[in-house]
Ligand binder design. Structure first.
Ligand code: DAH
Length: 338
């Protein structure tokens, strides 16, 4: 009987483990309900009286040894050590592949960098807009026919809430909250209720520019845009065609001379060599009045361009839908770009 307990004591002394599940099994083996110690305690009544004292001492000693062992093992190998016990630092790592930037964002960043060099900073605005910011304050009052140019997603009526149809709404947001002078650029997503095809989508991106100061002239606008096309396309020849936008007066559309050297040049410029890239103009005094800026003191220009068109041009995309298909084979082709 005492021999038995001695053997157990020896086993307890020799036991060692760094794994919590092994230590737990050891605890159950000795201290569990059907464990060794409970067994030994039940046998107590069968022990002859003269040996009871020693037997009691022995099993208490065993119990103490087991408890101390468990505590010391848990202490040594607790926490992090325990979890990392299987760590093999020589194993090769799990490779994870780096993603690449979306082409829309690559070009957006390029455009931002170009304008940053001449003092423009980025301003943000909401994609869900009210009627005032998207239309009315931009000199397009209710029932103005110019509203029909942009098929709109209305998400609430009376008062109207819309998915913004252009980034021009950020002009109003910004001018309401800041005092001139300022030069801002607002890139972002815009929405129009258009059929999806290879050339058009109901969701696309624009970049808006706004420059308000004293004595800003049309010549400043032209020079700024010329700087921009030279930086982005390496082409400095532009032409400004008279156009109409309710929020600018005068307004123009800008074409860049792309050239007619290759067959692709013929195709994308429809044989003219010219490519339309943006709309612009001098900010209409009414717009300035709408945001409490004195049009006698300040003037400025604004411009807006679609990013998809430019990306399609620069990377020779044939279908606008590819931008939102999430096809990793397309995205991977841009992994070298930043
Ligand atoms: N918001 C116009 C559009 O979506 C683009 C535009 C034209 C923006 C002229 C401007 C501008 O700031 O001056 O078609």
């Amino acid at each position: 009987m005492f021999e038995n307990i001695k053997n157990y004591l020896q086993e307890v002394e020799q036991f060692t483990s760094i794994k919590s599940d092994e230590i737990e099994l050891f605890r159950i083996k000795y201290l569990g309900k059907k464990g060794i110690l409970n067994d030994l305690f039940t046998q107590f009544k069968e022990v002859p009286n003269e040996q009871k004292k020693e037997y009691g001492q022995q099993i208490n000693k065993l119990k103490q040894a087991v408890t101390e062992k468990i505590e010391s093992l848990k202490e040594t190998f607790s926490g992090e050590n325990d979890k990392n016990s299987d760590l093999d630092l020589t194993r090769p790592g799990v490779p994870y592949s780096l993603g690449s930037r979306h082409p829309i964002h690559i070009i957006r960043n390029k455009i931002i960098d170009i304008f940053k060099k001449i003092g423009f900073s980025v301003a943000d605005g909401p994609e869900i807009e009210d009627d005032w910011h998207n239309f009315t304050a931009l000199n397009m009052p209710e029932y103005h026919p110019a509203r029909d140019m942009q098929d709109t997603f209305f998400i609430e009526l009376n008062p109207d809430r819309v998915l913004r149809t252009h980034t021009s709404s950020v002009q109003i947001q910004y001018m309401e909250q800041n005092n001139p002078p300022f030069r801002i650029l607002s890139p972002g997503r815009v929405y129009r209720n258009e059929d999806i095809s290879a050339r058009s989508h109901c969701m696309f991106h624009q970049i808006e520019g706004l420059y308000i100061d004293s004595n800003v002239s049309f010549a400043d606008l032209k020079h700024t845009l010329q700087y921009f096309t030279t930086e982005l396309f390496g082409k400095s020849e532009i032409r400004m065609r008279p156009s109409y936008f309710p929020f600018t007066e005068p307004s123009a559309e800008v074409d860049v001379y792309w050239g007619l050297e290759t067959e692709t040049d013929y195709r994308i410029t429809k044989g003219t060599g010219w490519l339309e890239i943006l709309g612009c103009g001098m900010v209409d005094p009414n717009v300035l009045k709408n945001v409490n800026i004195d049009p006698d003191k300040y003037s400025g220009f604004a411009f807006g361009m679609g990013i998809e068109r430019i990306v399609m041009l620069m990377y020779q995309f044939g279908d606008i839908r590819m931008f939102t298909e999430n096809d990793i084979r397309m995205l991977q082709q841009f992994s070298q770009e930043i």
